[in-house]
Design a protein around this ligand. Structure first.
Ligand code: ARG
Ligand code: ZN
Length: 879
């Protein structure tokens, strides 16, 4: 069943107060709910039937204003409970029995290991009690939790603790009260044997907030990084957005079994343990940065999501796009802005662009869905963040801040829409964003083709922009977007030219933003004494596919001279893409592969310049990945892409051996002499060290192997150890590789998150026999389909990061993935549906692969009863 945005109606009834009591037991749990309700004055006259959401609930008792209701008084289906109120105001009491102990979908109340926890967004609360489970119904909650004292010493819910006590029979209870009205999706409960690290934060108005991070006892040594990140986030949100925390206590709980990254429940964030736990010995630099970013993201939701929430789920990007933008700016301010931008753009272009070109393409504000869980997408999150970034670019930082202040002030305590957000930005800035809003309603990645014309006599230089956007499901025609294009012009010496547009009396700097608003539009710069080289879309100022006919020498020039760090990297990427595409063509024509030596020269220059940011050098050395090369192909040739990229890597490793070895050794020496620090300069050093190592090992020289084994065995941190392991796994040195894998697993067998990395490294190995290795690893005692992190680490890594093996021409990879999806459909529909994404991309491949992939999608469709999650993705992919 499809739900449409155009059908939105305000709720018939409101719930002013929600009083919950949970009695947790090992073989069932009881939930008593007292809802203080009233007719919604905005919904019209009369008393319509009250329709509550409820799934998988065993109704034990129902009372309307103390009147016991019998079977004739209500209607119960597998998704709703309906009854007829007789007054405008009433109190509804219900008791239900639920089974968290057998809930493998990890939605609603469930058990992760021995602890009870919840995940209610988007529609999990209806699996806890009968309720108006929609974000525009906001209520004040009090929650009492009762459980056996010994097994569940810690009992948590949203807000402040107000009472607790013990009961006979070894049980105890605690009551929590949340003074802020909230929708049910922000409800949370945790009960378990947990330890916590405590700290505090003094807010800008001098209120002291207690901070607690709860984990299972064995993880108590991995919490400090998350705590530090939390305090930095709280400070940053005060400084940059003027947002202060509002409760006396802020809690984070780490759970091992969690479908997503984390959840911003009011005052009680629940996190996938992979997004909280980090220490040098067990978590990589990337993991440290992810923990910091997710902690910040969930914290920032307290304002962008909780104080101001979404009217309905079509508005999801209102909170997610905005909050991703906020957390990415926080990371940029905390570490390196350029490197953060490069990472975000590479991710967006590889994965969101692919989604935007596939069968599940949807606008940032979708107008229809079958299963909302399928819409927690790269488009809602990452493209949504790009839309916010463009507003920030168009308004500038001051007006943007004025707009966000107005938004928070105007809508505090409300459930609102993306239109309300844009309206606040317009009102505060005086800038009309009517046309800009097409970014919210039109799906697909716009193309922006740029051509130039230089008139030497008139000393004018013109850039003509032509925008278009491919058709996406349900949208054949697109209207022009507002595309902010940040740019500069370089002269032959690499100097930036003053930019004066026709009609302007003076130049406005050397770096400015043009707004492209028409299908075709020309901008003419005056006073340009020689033909310049344009640096376009600086900082990736809009999420579009830019086309400008640069030749390779021009790209090399920009790599060295562009004042915009992002575009220096981008020029290098474009150069690499051109070179790789040439190799792909050679491979397809059966010719000998010949690497353009200009790429070698460009990378040599970078490697030999020790004044450059090492992270930038590392980013430049990382050739565009196979997934990105797939995305930009019309028809992706899996073998040619792999062969071309591997050939280029091998050639580079030979040609650049000396400078790579020098940089590797110098950085490894610093690593040996320096204790681990999770900061940008150290991330940078290790990233250059490790990418150098991966190139060097292609030489198969004994001194490199020895260095790699030494790094694996003696590193004091997971970043170095895991990189060395990955390089060994991808190498032909069977003996060293086997030894390393065994050593690693023996040492870390009790640390689930480290074992996830051990699985991933092997799942991603491109050497032949990939599927057989994955099959074998699924039998490993540490593997289970019931834990989403394990599924992602092994099966997800195989299907998404091991393209040459997953797309093996015999179709065995596809069959394997479909089998896992069918099994997971019954166990955990959200994970099943996400795992399936690679199969939905069948249009990218040649006829033979298309047929094999479609056959597997058909097989899933015919496999029996499908969850709405899997059904929506499969049926749309085949449509
Ligand atoms: N709101 C969470 C976040 O911060 C995501 C939770 C979504 N969970 C889900 N099962 N759909 O991004
Ligand atoms: Zn979020």
């Amino acid at each position: 069943k499809t739900i449409y945005l155009k059908d939105y109606q305000v709720p018939d009834y409101l719930i002013d107060e929600t009083h919950l009591t949970f009695e947790l037991f090992e073989d069932h749990s009881l939930v008593h709910a007292q809802l203080v309700m009233r007719r919604n004055p905005e919904a019209g006259a009369g008393l319509p039937t009250l329709v509550l959401d409820g799934q998988q609930l065993e109704l034990l008792d129902l009372k309307l204003d103390d009147r016991e209701l019998g079977e004739g008084d209500y209607t119960l289906t597998d998704s709703h409970l309906s009854l007829q109120p007789t007054q405008e105001r009433f109190v509804l009491d219900s008791s239900v029995r639920i089974h968290p102990e057998s809930n493998t979908a990890l939605e609603g109340l469930y058990k992760s290991g021995t602890m009870f926890c919840t995940q209610c967004e988007a529609e999990g609360f209806r699996k806890i009690t009968f309720y108006l489970d929609r974000p525009d119904v906001m209520s004040k909650f009090t929650t009492t939790v009762s459980a056996e004292q010994h097994a569940y010493p810690v009992l948590l819910s949203n807000g402040n603790p107000i009472a607790s006590g013990s009961e006979e029979g070894g049980r105890h209870w605690a009551t929590w009260e949340d003074p802020f009205k909230k929708p049910a999706y922000l409800f949370a409960l945790v009960a378990g044997d947990l330890w916590c690290v405590e700290d505090s934060f003094t807010t800008m108005s001098n209120r002291e907030v207690a901070l607690r991070i709860y984990v299972e006892p064995e993880n108590i040594d991995k919490v400090q990084h998350a705590m530090d990140s939390l305090k930095r986030s709280m400070k940053w949100d005060e400084e940059v957005y003027g947002r202060e925390y509002d409760l006396d206590i802020f809690m984070i709980v780490a759970v091992n079994d969690f479908n997503m990254g984390a959840m911003e429940n009011k005052g009680l964030n629940i996190f996938n343990s992979s997004c909280v736990l980090a220490k040098a010995e067990t978590a990589t630099d990337a993991a440290h940065q992810r923990v910091e970013a997710v902690v910040a993201h969930e914290y920032f939701h307290n304002w962008s999501g909780n104080r101001v929430t979404c009217r309905d789920w079509f508005q999801l990007s209102l909170k997610e796009g905005f909050t991703v933008f906020r957390d990415s700016e926080f990371s940029a301010d905390t570490h390196s802005r350029t490197v953060k931008r490069i990472e975000d753009v590479a991710y967006l272009r590889t994965h969101q662009f692919a989604e935007d070109a596939g069968p599940m393409a949807h606008p940032v504000r979708p107008d229809a869905y079958m299963e909302i869980s399928n819409f927690y997408t790269l488009t809602i999150y990452e493209k949504g963040s790009e839309v916010l970034r463009m507003i920030h670019t168009l308004l500038g930082p001051e007006l943007f801040r004025k707009g966000s202040d107005l938004y928070f002030e105007r809508h505090d305590g409300q459930a609102v829409t993306c239109d309300d957000f844009v309206k606040a930005m317009e009102n505060a800035s005086g800038i009309d964003l009517t046309q800009f809003k097409r970014w919210y309603t039109q799906a697909g990645t716009p193309r922006l083709a740029v051509s130039e014309a230089y008139d030497a006599a008139a000393q004018t230089y013109s850039l003509t922009f032509r925008q278009s956007c491919p058709a996406t499901p349900g949208q054949s025609e697109k209207l022009p977007f507002v595309i902010p294009v940040a740019l500069g012009l370089l002269d032959a010496q690499g100097n930036e030219l003053p930019l004066r547009l026709q009609g302007e009396s003076a130049a406005q700097g050397t770096d400015r933003v043009l707004s492209v608003t028409e299908a075709e539009q020309t901008f003419t710069f005056e006073g340009i004494a020689e033909k310049p080289l344009p640096s376009l879309l600086r900082g990736f100022s809009a999420p579009v596919k830019l086309q400008f006919p640069y030749d390779r020498d021009q790209l090399m020039f920009l790599m060295q001279h562009d004042s915009d760090g992002f575009n220096r990297w981008e020029s290098g990427q474009q150069l690499s893409v051109q070179v790789l595409q040439e190799l792909i063509g050679q491979h397809q024509r059966g010719e000998a592969l010949v690497l353009d030596q200009r790429l070698v020269a460009a990378l040599r220059t970078l490697l030999e310049d020790e004044s450059l940011d090492q992270a930038m050098v590392a980013e430049m050395l990382s050739l565009p990945g196979e997934a990105y090369l797939t995305e930009i192909s019309d028809v992706a040739d899996v073998e040619a892409i792999h062969a071309a990229r591997e050939f280029a890597r091998k050639e580079l490793s030979t040609a650049l051996f000396a400078p790579l070895w020098a940089r590797y050794q110098a950085n490894r020496d610093v690593s040996k002499a320096t204790p681990y620090v999770a900061e940008a300069a150290h991330f940078a050093r290790r990233s250059l060290q490790n990418i150098a190592l991966s190139y060097l090992m292609l030489s198969e020289k004994p001194e490199v192997l020895a260095a790699c084994v030494d790094q694996f065995e003696n590193a004091d941190n997971m970043t170095e150890r895991l990189s060395a392991l990955a390089v060994l796994v991808n190498s032909p040195f069977q003996e060293e590789q086997g030894k390393a894998l065994t050593m690693f697993a023996d040492f870390f067998k009790d640390d689930a998150l480290v074992m996830d990395q051990w699985f991933s490294v092997q799942a991603g190995c491109p050497l032949p026999g990939g599927l057989e290795r994955v099959h074998a690893l699924m039998q490993h005692e540490a593997f289970t389909l019931k834990n989403p992190n394990k599924v992602r680490a092994l099966i997800g890594a195989f299907a998404n990061q091991n393209l040459i093996n997953f797309h093996h021409a015999d179709g065995a990879g596809y069959r394997f993935l479909a089998d896992q999806v069918i099994t997971l459909n019954a166990l955990n529909p959200q994970i099943a549906s996400r795992l399936l994404a690679p199969l939905t991309r069948w249009r990218k491949y040649g006829a033979a692969r298309q047929a094999l992939m479609k056959a597997e999608l058909e097989r899933i469709l015919a496999s029996g009863e499908l969850s709405s999650d899997v059904y929506e993705v499969v049926s749309k992919s085949l449509a």
